[in-house]
Write a protein that binds this ligand. Sequence first.
Ligand SMILES: [Zn+2]
Length: 197
Amino acid sequence: MSNGVVENLINELTKLPGIGRKTAQRLSFFIMGIPEDEALSIANAIIEIKKKARFCRQCFNITEEEICSICRSSQRNKNTICVVEEPSNLIVIENTKIYNGLYHVLLGALSPIDGVTPERLKINELVERVKSGDISEVIIATNPNTKGETTAQYLSQILKPLGVKITRIAYGLPIGGDIEFADEVTLSKSIEGRNEM
Ligand SMILES: [Zn+2]
């Protein structure tokens, strides 16, 4: 085996978030050591997700259908939208089982310095949903860090004129943190203790 293919895999793996060169090397050597069918099943899972998974047309959650199971469910409260940055944030909030409304995934957070302007996020789509739906409350559950706060302030400004109640999750989450790494108790408390903006 030439060094080229190993180097290639290491380079590809470092493109993943949170994977530095050392970890990429360790993963590459691990993959070299496992049976071929196991390695191919990892590769296939990546191919399958790109082929089959897509974003829900309404809320931008990840789904295999046009509209995700949460948006389609008749059991959910359709008057509330919880706004999150990423589909992974939606999953942790779902796991708390405390929230029974709808979601809206922005697919990022505002960061003008990195070129992430409102048009780059699913903000227009959110405004349209609030305008056309029977929405009484929008819970802003962006991350409690600079980008998340900037996004929350911006959303509050543009949604308030639409006459909808805007709340922001607050209690319990560490400043500068990431919702994805919060435990369920902390996250439950911050949803219960949300504040109107
Ligand atoms: Zn959906």
